[in-house]
Design a protein around this ligand. Structure first.
Ligand code: HEM
Length: 148
């Protein structure tokens, strides 16, 4: 994919913009679940949270995650961008797979709220809310500092 080399910085800019949009959703959706736990199933507020959660996941988080992955893999496919002997990239991919798994969990939890079947306490979502923060810090340090 060396023909993409002249566009590397444009692809990286798209990658970082999409990553920011994805992260903003991964920070906000569990927060919505915390508030959703505080209202009665079937109430007007509960129905409003369902609309907000669906739009955030479907219209922002899903497209942003897909663009982050495509732009990231396109950059990795350009010869010389990633030193395949260095460890930072495979470790980053493992952390990004964990982030993608968390996205999947958020999607499952949304379906439980949608069907008024959520059984997890508010505290569960407050703790879950910290997971993308920890992963973000580790991923950004890895890709910018490249410590190993
Ligand atoms: C989804 C799969 C991902 C892949 C395949 C991927 C791959 C890459 C590659 C190959 C680069 C270029 C590295 C360089 O120029 O040295 C890069 C840059 C970057 N990635 Fe990712 N990445 C992914 C997800 C993420 C995520 C989830 C984050 C943050 C949470 C992230 C943050 C960054 C940042 C901040 C840069 C710019 C680093 C710089 O300018 O030196 N990436 N990514």
């Amino acid at each position: 994919m060396s023909f993409l080399a002249p566009y590397l910085l444009w692809i990286k800019a798209l990658h970082v913009v999409a990553m920011v949009a994805w992260m903003s959703g991964l920070f906000y959706l569990p927060r919505l679940y915390v508030y959703h736990c505080q209202v009665a199933p079937g109430s007007a507020e509960g129905e409003r949270f369902k609309v907000m959660e669906r739009r955030l996941l479907k219209q922002i988080m899903n497209p942003a995650m897909i663009v982050t992955w495509i732009a990231g893999l396109l950059m990795a496919s350009i010869p010389g961008v990633v030193d395949m002997h260095a460890l930072w990239f495979p470790v980053k991919l493992v952390l990004v797979l964990l982030m993608t798994g968390f996205h999947g969990a958020c999607s499952r939890w949304r379906r439980d709220f949608l069907n008024d079947h959520n059984r997890r306490p508010e505290k569960f979502y407050r703790i879950a809310n910290e997971i993308p923060t920890v992963l973000l810090v580790l991923i950004v340090v890895l890709v910018i500092v490249k410590p190993f």
